[in-house]
Design a protein around this ligand. Sequence first.
Ligand code: NAD
Length: 513
Amino acid sequence: MTAGLTVDGTIARARVAQVAVGWLSPEERLAHLSRLRRTIQDRSEEIVDRVQAETGKTRSDILMSEVFGVLDAILWLEGNAAAILADEKVSTPLTLMGKKSRIWYAPRGVALIISPWNYPFFQAVVPIVNAFVAGNAVVYKPSEHTPLPGLLESLLEQAGIAPAWVQVVQGDGEVAERLITQRPDQVMFTGSARTGRAILRQAAELLIPVELELGGKDPMIVFDDVNLDRTVAGAAFGGLTANGQSCTSVERLFVQRGVCEDFVRRLVKLVEGLQQVADPATDRAGDADLGVMTTDFQVATVARHVLDAEQQGARRLTGTDWDAAAAVEGRPGLPDRPYRFVPPMVFVDVPEDSLLASEETFGPVLPVFTFDTEQEVVGRAKDTPYGLTASVWSHDLDRAERVARQLRCGGVSINNVMATEATPALPFGGVGESGMGRYKGAAGLRTFCDAQSVIIDSDGKKLEPNWFPYTGAKYQLFRQMMTAWLDRGPTRLAKFARTGSRLEAYAQKPRGK
Ligand code: NAD
């Protein structure tokens, strides 16, 4: 935990700073983001180094998912944010003739962003830039496991973003709780369902709106008419990129019976050929496929799930010499490798009530299940409290779409995997225990705004008919106007205009005249 002094007063400082951020136009804020994008691009190798040192992921994972993902997200905001945040004209009813109705997308104020350890650069910058461009001051609390000390601050400073506009506060969950106590105007949380619940409870007491981006048990559904080589390659990437430590990793792979044996044989061959490094620092050229896990506790979770499944009859087809029992006890699963080295593991015959089949594993593990029919696989894929993303693979696009529409999740890729989150224009988020709310895309940008309803009238003498004084005569005139307004007949508008103008004229008279 960091010193209390840096935490106390953080939200109040941000609230003062927000006045300046709010005065900037979206175009001015975007100019800052454009400088930030160029800074990130110029310093991309340094960023890859820093993220790799803290996460143990491969350079290619970090460059493609984190650095490019961030640059692309900013570029999309530069092209689209001003239009999304622009005032919206909506129709004004005849009963309010002469006025203008608008929606203004006002900043919420101070956005508190709390992030996890698996994508420490992406999960920092993307929520920050969305919140900032909408006019909020931002307080960002990274995971204590991947704090990247000073990196974000230095990039923001180089881009000319004032330190009070985006404050970075280091610390653990207790620090995050203390920040919430200071009443930010919004909490945007990415992390586990367990912490999401705790945040929702705390925020409920203070009536703070919360966005929750939580975990998943994402299914990949493969029908028997697919191009097997491409689909197998997609499955390996979807299950194993970032060592499986992605919220949208393929956690359950359903393959139709006719091709399952062949699919598994090819998958095993591909996985056995992947290059994994025990020391990420040796991956200088970017040609390692897998690195090491980021935290010890996640290795222990993977080991517990593997052990539980194997005790119930699951068969491991790759990474067979990794000792899950040793890893559960805190010892390396391979004698000559560090504790965090976990090889990619393909499983078959996994009982559906085992931990591996039902809880988020968040590691380099691919359990393969066999299915026969569309209805059956939809039922099994949905048999989880989670609903983050899914993928459906079939040469028959009608079938793929039909099945995809039956799934309950925040995003679905057809004949691809983890692709919805790579598209900045698409909103991202989950349903059920995968969270609530959306970020990214137009909907996600407006997550950081309050939609303000505005009516603009002109100054002058005219009094409104619904204002005081109320009189019996006005009551009758109003009733006639209301009847005319609700009438669906051809003379409706003429009747409405006649009764409306009598009511208007009457309303200009003070009581009794
Ligand atoms: P976590 O919930 O343990 O921690 C996330 C953050 O919450 C950290 O910054 C932590 O310090 C903070 N925190 C802990 N206790 C808190 C409390 N009581 N109040 C407020 N903040 C608190 O999650 P993690 O282990 O860092 O991340 C892994 C999880 O994140 C996985 O479940 C993964 O699926 C999920 N995730 C989701 C997405 C998504 O977009 N849906 C993206 C990445 C990761």
